[in-house]
Design a binder for this molecule. Structure first.
Ligand code: LLP
Length: 427
C-alpha cells in the first residue's frame, strides 16, 4: 500500500493533502506517515510472530541512525522495538523517547570511553565490538566501573552485498568488523577477559540490499563460527544478522520482509535441530531503511524556474543540506508535483540554493510545474533528516508526522539565531 497517493489531483499523505501541510508548517518539511511506520515495523514483528518467536528468540533493534526523531523512536518503542545505536547521543535519544536500554545494542568502530561508560551505566543489551583494541578498552572501562560488559563481536563474513560501494560494509576491504579469519582468536581472547561477557555474534553486510541471498550466506558463515566456539566452550546466546533490506526508490523490487525472515528462521531452526537438539538462539535484526525509508517525503517549494539552453532548472527551497543522498551517492529519489497540472511537462534538474554544483536533488525529470508549486521528494524517510546539516547557515527542516487526519509537528524548523547560539565573539 502507498501512503502517499493522489486524490483529485493532489498528492496526499494518508488522508491529508500535502498542500495543507505546507500551509500550516511551511517548507522544506519532512513529512512522515504514522501508518506507514506502523505497517513497516509490523512486517518484522508479524514475521517473528508467525514463525513462533517472542522477544527471547527474536528482537528487532531499529537502527536509530536512519531516522532518530524522538516521535519515531517513541512510536517504535510502543510497538516493542529495541534499538541499534552508534553513539552516546543516540542512546540518550532512545532513553528520552522512552526506549528500554536493555533492548539496545551499540555498534560502531570508534566508541569512546565516555560512550562506553554511559552505555554500561544504563545496562544495555550488548556492545557490538569491532576490533581487538576496542575490546581491550571496553574491558578496562568496565573494570573501572566494577562491571562486566556484554559483548558480541561484529564479524566480517566477507560476503558481497552487491550494493552501492559506499553502503557495502561486509567485504574484507571495509573498515567494519573483525576479519572472519581472526574472529575465533578474538573470541578466545574476549572469553578470558575478566570484565567482558561474551553474549553474541554479529554482522552487518551493507544497506539497500534487494535480495536476501547475501544475508542468508552471511548467516551460514556466522553459524560455522558459532559451532566452532561452542566446541571450545564459548557460548553465544544471540546471533545478530544486521539490517540492510532495501526499499523501492525507482522500480526496485526488494525482497519482502516476511519472506526473508521466513527463510532465515527456517535456516535457524534447521541449524539448531542439527547441532543443538533444537535449543533456541535469539536472533537480532537491525533494520533502518526498510522501516522508515518509504514512510517519509521531503516537501519543498519551487522558488524559481530557470529555462536554459542546455538545461532547465527547478530551483527549490530544499537543498543538499536537507537531503544529502543525491550529492553523496548520486542517489535517485522520485519527485512528484504535489498538485497535478494539465500543461505539457518539461525536463528539469531539481536543485537547491546552496553554492555547490553538487547541490541537486534530482536530474532530468519530466515535470509540469510553475513557480511557487510544491514538490514531494519521495522515499526520504531514511537517512534524510539524520544526515542533514546547517551548511550555508540553513536551518534544518521541520518534521511533521501525519496520523490519519491529525498532524503533529515533531520537530520545529530551526531558526538562524539558534544556529549560531553556541558561538562567541573574541574578547
Ligand atoms: N546496522 C549497522 C551496523 C549499520 O551500519 C546500518 C547502516 C544498519 C544497521 C541499518 O541498515 P539499513 O537497514 O538501514 O540498511 N546513509 C546511507 C546508508 C548508510 C547505512 C549505514 N549503516 C544512505 O543514505 O543510503
Amino acid at each position: 500500500m502507498s501512503y502517499f497517493a493522489y486524490q483529485n489531483g493532489v498528492l496526499h499523505v494518508e488522508n491529508t493533502p500535502l498542500t495543507t501541510i505546507a500551509e500550516q508548517f511551511g517548507s522544506p518539511t519532512y513529512v512522515y506517515s504514522k501508518a506507514a511506520l506502523v505497517d513497516n515495523f509490523s512486517a518484522y514483528a508479524q514475521a517473528c510472530k508467525v514463525n513462533g518467536r517472542d522477544d527471547s528468540t527474536a528482537l528487532v533493534c531499529y537502527s536509530v541512525k536512519s531516522n532518530s526523531n524522538l516521535a519515531v523512536l517513541n512510536l517504535l518503542t510502543r510497538m516493542g522495538s529495541g534499538f541499534d545505536i552508534v553513539s552516546g547521543g543516540e542512546l540518550l535519544r532512545v532513553i528520552a523517547a522512552g526506549g528500554d536500554p536493555r533492548k539496545v545494542i551499540f555498534s560502531g568502530v570508534g566508541k569512546t570511553p565516555d560512550e562506553m561508560r554511559l552505555a554500561l551505566s544504563h545496562g544495555i543489551l550488548c556492545f557490538n565490538v569491532e576490533s581487538t583494541a576496542e575490546l581491550e578498552r571496553l574491558n578496562e572501562v568496565a573494570g573501572e566501573m566494577g562491571k562486566q560488559a556484554p559483548v558480541s563481536l561484529r564479524v566480517n563474513p566477507n560476503v558481497d552485498a552487491k550494493t552501492h560501494p559506499y553502503i557495502s560494509t561486509g567485504l574484507k576491504e571495509n573498515k567494519f568488523g573483525i576479519a572472519y579469519d581472526e574472529a575465533l582468536a578474538t573470541y578466545r581472547r574476549a572469553a578470558k577477559m575478566p570484565h567482558i561477557r561474551v553474549v553474541g555474534i554479529d554482522c552487518h553486510i551493507g544497506s539497500q540490499l534487494l535480495d536476501d541471498a547475501p544475508l542468508l550466506e552471511a548467516f551460514d558463515r556466522l553459524t560455522e563460527l558459532v559451532d566452532q566456539l561452542t566446541e571450545e566452550g564459548i557460548h553465544v546466546h544471540h546471533l545478530d544478522i544486521g539490517g540492510g533490506i532495501g526499499i523501492n526508490y525507482n522500480n526496485d523490487q526488494p525482497v519482502a520482509v516476511g519472506d526473508y525472515l521466513g527463510r532465515l528462521f527456517r535456516k535457524v531452526d534447521e541449524w539448531r535441530q542439527r547441532r543443538y537438539q533444537g535449543a533456541p538462539i535469539q536472533v537480532l535484526f537491525e533494520p533502518g531503511r526498510s522501516i522508515v525509508g518509504n514512510a517519509g517525503v521531503l516537501l519543498t517549494q519551487v522558488e524559481y524556474l530557470k529555462h536554459g539552453e542546455a538545461k532547465n532548472f527547478a530551483i527549490v527551497n530544499a537543498a543538499m543540506n536537507d537531503l544529502m543522498r543525491p550529492a553523496m551517492y548520486e542517489a535517485w529519489h522520485g519527485v512528484q508535483a504535489v498538485t497535478q497540472r494539465s500543461s505539457e511537462p518539461r525536463t528539469y534538474d531539481v536543485v537547491g540554493p546552496v553554492c555547490e554544483s553538487g547541490d541537486w536533488l534530482a536530474r532530468e525529470r519530466a515535470l509540469a510545474i510553475e513557480q511557487g508549486d510544491l514538490l514531494a521528494i519521495m522515499s526520504a524517510g531514511a537517512y534524510g533528516m539524520t544526515m542533514s546539516s546547517n551548511y550555508n547557515t540553513r536551518g534544518r527542516a521541520a518534521e511533521v508526522m501525519v496520523d490519519g487526519g491529525k498532524l503533529h509537528l515533531i520537530r520545529k524548523r530551526e531558526r538562524a539565531s539558534e544556529l549560531f547560539a553556541l558561538e562567541s565573539l573574541l574578547p
